[in-house]
Design a protein around this ligand. Structure first.
Ligand code: SF4
Ligand code: SF4
Ligand code: SF4
Length: 341
């Protein structure tokens, strides 16, 4: 119970996301019963029938904890982020989409117009002979229909409203969700201290490599391979076998889940503590494993050629290095000739 004798109020909402973050909360096992016992649910459209009017009717700060997942991709996402911020004491950017844009923010590599054209016009599975693209306002029999406006640039939650805590992961691991909820519950019910505002919670501070059991042998590589091209040696570092692994540039906390099953880390926990740009950090790591570091007297042109050859084997570099962190990266979005609207 909180100081006023009421159960703390919990909200969860999705912006632009896939729904996996909701599933990860429901996946905390038997602890979900504790969540139910400790919290009253104030808003959680995925599991119960709430309306926006319910939230609008709450006094400011009524919701004790809001877990907001999903990026800000359209005006509805932004409107809900602002409303829930106003109504919540603690706002958590939950999961990679809210934290740093994640997959939705990869569309910052193109424009709103190009995205619409791909989805509604140039897609082989679409039957749209009249070439209709969604319009903000449409006249229908019942009157004027308005849909959310689609933004050109996808943003993280904290690029729109103040955020108290960031919980990384795509999705966050259930045990970490539970650990964070426990901290919040202890603070609300027993007055225990909360982490400093702005903290990344439910994750480590080092790199995934630090918790990865695969052995590094300081080997160098001449090229990269797609996962289907080679069968990796199970106990050896994947990066040193030529498989892309974002472990050196990614925050620890998941227990190196992916490398342990032979799949390179994709980077879903975001950059390591203190690192601004995950992709730039990864480039440094890659430079250290390429078989092209020059010695005095080496032919510069030949070194350049070998570097280029190795780099050419990285498929979709921007999508690889910024799969999760595009919105918060130094790139943030590409510049489009003519404004990209
Ligand atoms: S962080 Fe991952 S799991 Fe969560 S909504 Fe985004 S894409 Fe889905
Ligand atoms: S690069 Fe990947 S496989 Fe190698 S040690 Fe780091 S996390 Fe493990
Ligand atoms: S290994 Fe990398 S991609 Fe896999 S869960 Fe951990 S941080 Fe995410």
């Amino acid at each position: 119970m909180t100081g006023n004798g009421k159960k703390p109020q919990l909200a969860m909402y999705w912006g632009a996301g896939c729904g996996g973050c909701e599933i990860s909360v429901l996946n905390i096992g038997e602890h979900i019963l504790t969540v139910d016992a400790v919290f009253d649910i104030a808003f959680f459209p995925c599991i119960a029938d709430f309306k926006i009017a319910d939230v609008e009717g709450y006094p400011d700060g009524f919701i004790d904890v809001c877990l907001f997942n999903g990026a800000i991709r359209n005006s509805e996402n932004e409107e809900m982020a602002r409303l829930l911020r106003k109504k919540s004491k603690v706002m958590v950017a939950f999961g990679s989409c809210a934290y740093e844009g994640c997959i939705p923010a990869l569309s910052n590599l193109t424009s709103r117009r190009a995205t619409m054209e791909t989805v509604y016009l140039d897609n082989p599975s679409i039957d749209n002979p009249d070439g209709i693209i969604p319009q903000l306002l449409t006249e229908v029999g019942e009157g004027e229909l308005e849909i959310p406006s689609f933004y050109n640039t996808v943003k993280s939650l904290d690029q729109v409203v103040d955020v108290d805590y960031f919980l990384p992961g795509c999705p966050p691991e259930p045990h970490q969700i539970w650990a964070v909820l426990q901290v919040v519950v202890a603070a609300l019910t027993e007055g225990a201290p909360l982490p400093p505002a702005g903290s990344v919670v439910g994750a480590g501070t080092l790199a995934v490599c630090e918790e990865c059991p695969l052995e590094k042998d300081v080997k160098t590589i001449a090229r990269f391979y797609r996962p289907y091209e080679i069968t990796p040696e199970p106990s050896l570092c994947l990066l040193e076998q030529g498989l892309m692994c974002m472990g050196p540039a990614t925050r620890s906390g998941c227990g190196a889940l992916c490398p342990q099953v032979g799949m390179g880390c994709r980077g879903c926990y975001g950059p390591i503590e203190g690192v601004e740009d995950q992709g730039a950090r990864m480039l440094t790591a890659i430079a250290s494993v390429l078989e092209v570091s020059g010695k005095p007297g080496d032919d510069e042109a030949e070194l350049d050629r070998r570097v280029q050859e190795a780099v050419n084997t990285i498929v979709d570099p921007a999508g690889t290095f910024y799969r999760f962190s595009m919105a918060k990266s130094m790139l943030r979005r590409v510049r489009i000739n003519g404004g990209g609207s």
